[in-house]
Design a protein around this ligand. Structure first.
Ligand code: OSB
Ligand code: MG
Length: 370
């Protein structure tokens, strides 16, 4: 395909309820969407960078600059033909910014699949037409509020619960939620790097709650600390922030720091690298699951297609669009039925844009030509 134009579109979209994690709270999202025009049609990508550089070093204003000043010029230089699989290679000399690179690859992939009359589910070759849906539950001001929210998600039919934890909000919330949902339902926790190596003994006290996993308790760089925790605790250690590439995944597994991996395309630079990490984990016997970054219907559709691959043996953070947004920017938002979401089969990544609503929440548009 020949890239012709890139539209960068910023949208402002309210969350149905504030989402608090150990790194901050968000009530409204400021999202960068990409719309690429090629000689064979157009495609959409969603950049998962958040407003602040807190989950990782990327942030939405920085992503826009990286794409406009560096990545789009590099992709279009020379005007040569390219496919989605070439995007990461062409951007390889640029360090970092995986979410920005991933968003560009995603837009090109959507355009390519639409042009070929196929979709991401077929492209990946996942063997399921629906995937189990888990929900990520934020930190609350009170335990009563937490329990009411968890009960509402159980009533919605979610297949497993993930609790955000931090020092001061860990053993007690987990104990009460385990009591509320019973022993059978899948329960896991995510600390988003809020603990240190000196907390390893304390974190082992989570073992009594029979959790599916503990996600990223320590710093992104603390691979040794995660290996020490994995050796000390019965709860499987899962890495999120630490896994930024196929290489870091392979090394963390080898070092015993990653007993399970959360795969997020934005964190690793694209869906194609995400797929390679999946394949590696299948080869090494490491379970994976699909993480989320509070995506709109664009990213949610693509995540469901990724999660249909056979190595995704644990429920993903692929909740209904309505878990975060009262109205989605697609006409066919992800819904949860009997604890599962259907893998989209619409052309491309698997969604159609609700243009009228999208326009109504658009705050800025910029057009770059090739
Ligand atoms: O650590 O998995 C995380 C949201 C934003 C940034 C990081 C994380 C999360 C979530 C929510 O836990 C996942 C989702 O349902 O989209
Ligand atoms: Mg996480």
């Amino acid at each position: 395909m020949l890239l012709q134009q890139l539209e960068l579109r910023r949208i402002a979209i309210d969350l149905v309820t504030p989402f608090r994690t150990s790194f901050g709270v968000e009530s409204r999202r400021d999202i960068l969407l990409l719309h690429v025009t090629t000689d064979q049609g157009t495609g959409w990508g969603e950049c998962v960078a958040m407003s602040e550089p807190a989950y990782s070093a990327e942030f939405v204003n920085g992503a826009e600059l990286a794409i406009t000043e560096h990545f789009w010029p590099a992709l279009t230089a020379g005007g040569t033909q390219l496919e989605a699989a070439d995007v990461a290679h062409r951007l390889r000399r640029f360090s970092g910014h995986p979410m920005s690179k991933a968003a560009l690859e995603m837009a090109v992939l959507d355009a390519q699949l639409r042009a070929e009359g196929t979709n991401l589910h077929a492209y990946f070759g996942g063997d399921r037409d629906r995937v189990p849906s888990g929900v990520s539950v934020g930190i609350f001001d009170s335990l009563d509020q937490l329990l009411a929210q968890v009960q509402a998600y159980v009533d919605d039919g979610y297949a497993r619960i993930k609790l955000k934890i931090e020092p001061g909000w860990d053993l007690e919330p987990v104990r009460l939620v385990r009591e509320l949902i019973g022993q059978e339902m899948g329960l896991q926790v995510d600390a988003n790097t809020a603990y240190g190596r000196s907390d390893i003994e304390y974190l082992c006290r989570l073992d009594e709650f029979d959790l599916l996993l503990i996600e990223q308790p320590l710093d992104e760089e603390d691979i040794l600390g995660h290996a020490q925790l994995a050796a000390a605790s019965n709860t499987p250690v899962c890495l999120d922030e630490s896994i930024v590439s196929l290489q870091t995944a392979a090394d963390a597994i080898e070092l015993g720091a990653a007993e399970i991996i959360n795969i997020k395309h934005g964190r690793v630079g694209g869906y194609l690298e995400a797929r390679r990490i999946h394949d590696l984990c299948v080869d090494r016997g490491i379970p994976v699951w699909c993480g989320g970054m509070v995506e709109t219907g664009i990213g949610r559709a693509a995540n469901a297609a990724l999660a249909a691959l056979p190595g995704f043996t644990l429920p993903g953070d692929i909740s209904a669009s309505s878990r975060f947004y009262a109205r989605d920017i697609v006409t066919d938002p992800i819904v949860v039925e009997a604890g599962h979401v259907a893998v989209p089969t619409a052309p491309g990544l698997g969604f159609e844009i609700d243009t009228e609503f999208l326009d109504s929440i658009t705050t800025a548009r910029m057009f770059l030509s090739a």
